[in-house]
Design a protein around this ligand. Structure first.
Ligand code: NG6
Ligand code: CA
Length: 483
C-alpha cells in the first residue's frame, strides 16, 4: 500500500513506461524568419507551423554558435565548443572531435533506457587522429559517443566524401572501387571545379571548386566510391526515409527512442528534388525551405500513423542563422525579394549579431505541453543535455548546460539567466541587454544593445551605460573561466 502511494507521488517521467520519445529535427542554416510561423510569406512551411500550433514557439531560442560544427558539438555534449580547440567548421576528413569518454546527450539518454539514433548531417569528424580509411569500418563514429544507430553524411553536402555511412561503414561501397579523400591534392585525371568549370551543373561563387561530384564542385578531392555516391536531388527523400526507418524500428522494439534528425537542408549546395522546384519564387534556397518542411511533415505523419505523437517530445531548431550566397551561384540573392531570412534580427550565419544564433525553436509534446503558445524565455540548445537528463532521470553531468525544463515545456517564462553568443568571438545577453566586447582584432568597438528597443542591434549604447558593460563583462569572464 505504502509502495503504491510512493509510486504515485513520484514524478511521472521517471517511470520507464512514461518516458516520452524524443525527436530533435535540426535544420541547417535555416533562419528565424525563414518559416511561415515566424512571418515568412514567400515560403510556406505548414508542417513546421503545425509544430508551433500544437506546441510552443520560442522567440529567444538560440544555437550556441553561428556555424555548424561548434553548434552541433555543444548540442551533443552540453559543453561550450569554444572551451575546446579545433571545434571550428571541420573538413570532411577530420577526426572525431567528441571524446568517446566525455558525457554526451545521446549517451546519457542511452543509459536512461533510450534507443538512440542519428540521421543526416554529422560534421563532427570521424575516426581517430591517424586519418580515416573510408574503406573499412570507421571508429570512433557516432556509435561510440552514444548512438545505437547512425546513418550520416560525414560532413556537409558541399564537402567530400559525398557518401552516406551507416554505423561507421560507407554504404554501397564496391571494394573494387575504394575511396580516397584529400583536402590538399587533386587526384590526377579527375575533373575539378576550376579546369572543368564550364561543365558544372551548378556554378560556384567562392570555394567549392575542387572535386566535381554529380556536376557540382565540392570542397576537398575524392576518388573512387562511384556506386556509393549520393544523389543530391534525392538526399531529402533518402534522409527522411532513414529517419522514418529508425522510428518504425524503435516502435517495433517497443523502446523509447531518441532520434537526432539533422537535415541537410537548407545548406549549400541547394539542389532540391525537382518536385519542389518553383514551389517558391525564391529559387533553390526557397525551394529547399519547402523541402525541409516536407521532411518535417514526413516525421509528423509517421508519428501520427504509429500513434506515437501524443507521447513524443518533438523539438525543431536550426544550427545557425541564415546565409544567402554561401559559395554557389544559386540565385539566392537575386530572388530574395522582400523575404527576411533572419526575421527581425540583424546578421546571419557567421555573425555575432542575433541573426547568427537566434534561430527557429519549437517544442511540441501533446501529452504535457499546452498548444499554441509563444514564449520569450531565453533557451539555448546547449541546455537540452541537462534538461532532458532531468526529464528522463539520466545523469545530469553537463556543467555548461542548464536545467531549463520548465521553460522548454512552457511551464515557466524563465529560461536561462544569460545567453552566450559565439561567432569567432563571444557575446553575452542578460535580460534584454547584449554586450559584444571589442574585436575581433580591434576592428569593432565594444557594443551594447538593448534588444527590447533595438532588436536589429543598430544603436550602440556602450558609451551611455558603462556600468551595464562592467556587469555583463564580469559575468562573461566568470563563464569563460568556469567549467
Ligand atoms: C565555409 C564554406 C561554406 C559552408 C561553411 C560551413 C566556402 C567558400 N564556404 O567555409 O559554403 O560550407 O564553410 O557551413 O567554402 S556550416 O553550416 O557547415 O557551418
Ligand atoms: Ca549550418
Amino acid at each position: 500500500m505504502k509502495l503504491t502511494l510512493l509510486l504515485t507521488l513520484l514524478p511521472l517521467p521517471l517511470l520507464a513506461a512514461d518516458k516520452p520519445n524524443i525527436v530533435l529535427i535540426y535544420a541547417d542554416d535555416l533562419g528565424y524568419g525563414d518559416i511561415s510561423c515566424n512571418g515568412a510569406t514567400a515560403a510556406q512551411t505548414p508542417n513546421i507551423d503545425r509544430i508551433a500550433k500544437e506546441g510552443i514557439n520560442f522567440n529567444s531560442g538560440y544555437a550556441t554558435s553561428a556555424t555548424c560544427t561548434p553548434s552541433r558539438f555543444s548540442l551533443l555534449t552540453g559543453k561550450y565548443a569554444w572551451r575546446q580547440q579545433g571545434t571550428g567548421v571541420l573538413p570532411g576528413d577530420a577526426a572525431l572531435i567528441i571524446d568517446p569518454a566525455q558525457p554526451t546527450l545521446p549517451g546519457m539518454l542511452k543509459k536512461a533506457g533510450y534507443r538512440t539514433g542519428v540521421v543526416g548531417k554529422w560534421h563532427l569528424g570521424l575516426g581517430g587522429k591517424g586519418g580515416v580509411n573510408w574503406n573499412e569500418k570507421i571508429t570512433p563514429s557516432p556509435n561510440e559517443i552514444g548512438f545505437d544507430f547512425s546513418h550520416i553524411m560525414a560532413a556537409t553536402g558541399d564537402r567530400v566524401p559525398c557518401v552516406y555511412l551507416e554505423d561507421g561503414l560507407v554504404r554501397n561501397l564496391d571494394p573494387a572501387d575504394p575511396i580516397s579523400v584529400s583536402y590538399k591534392t587533386a587526384f590526377e585525371g579527375l575533373p575539378d571545379g576550376v579546369k572543368d568549370r564550364a561543365s558544372l551543373k551548378l556554378d560556384w561563387s567562392h570555394g567549392h571548386n575542387m572535386a566535381v561530384v554529380n556536376g557540382i564542385g565540392r570542397i576537398g578531392y575524392m576518388k573512387g566510391g562511384t556506386k556509393a555516391l549520393w544523389n543530391d536531388e534525392e538526399m531529402a527523400d533518402h534522409l527522411a526515409g532513414q529517419a522514418l526507418r529508425f522510428i518504425r524500428e524503435s516502435k517495433e522494439k517497443d523502446t523509447p527512442f531518441f532520434l537526432y534528425f539533422a537535415l541537410h537542408d537548407i545548406h549549400v549546395p541547394r539542389v532540391p528534388n525537382p518536385r519542389f522546384t518553383g514551389k517558391t519564387a525564391m529559387g533553390p534556397r526557397g525551394d529547399a525551405i519547402v523541402q525541409a518542411d516536407w521532411q518535417v511533415g514526413e516525421v509528423l505523419r509517421l508519428l501520427d500513423e504509429l500513434k506515437l505523437a501524443e507521447n513524443t517530445l518533438l523539438i525543431f531548431s536550426s544550427d545557425n542563422g541564415p546565409v544567402i550566397d554561401d559559395g554557389y551561384k544559386d540565385e539566392a540573392a537575386g530572388k530574395l525579394g522582400t523575404h527576411k531570412p533572419a526575421g527581425p534580427w540583424s546578421g546571419g550565419k557567421y555573425s555575432i549579431l542575433e541573426g547568427g544564433t537566434r534561430v527557429p525553436f519549437l517544442v511540441r509534446w501533446p501529452a504535457r505541453v499546452k498548444p499554441a503558445k509563444s514564449s520569450s524565455a531565453i533557451v539555448n540548445q546547449i541546455d537540452f543535455a541537462k534538461s532532458l537528463a532531468t526529464l528522463t532521470g539520466g545523469d545530469p553531468n553537463f556543467p555548461d548546460s542548464q536545467d531549463i525544463l520548465p521553460a522548454l515545456l512552457g511551464e515557466s517564462e524563465t529560461g536561462r539567466e544569460f545567453n552566450i553568443g559565439h561567432a569567432g568571438q563571444l557575446a553575452i545577453r542578460i535580460e534584454n541587454w547584449k554586450y559584444i566586447p571589442a574585436g575581433p582584432k580591434g576592428k569593432q568597438p565594444e557594443r551594447l544593445f538593448n534588444l527590447a528597443k533595438d532588436p536589429g542591434e543598430t544603436d550602440n549604447l556602450a558609451e551611455t551605460f558603462p556600468t551595464k558593460i562592467t556587469a555583463l563583462n564580469a559575468k562573461l569572464a566568470e563563464i569563460r573561466g568556469g567549467e
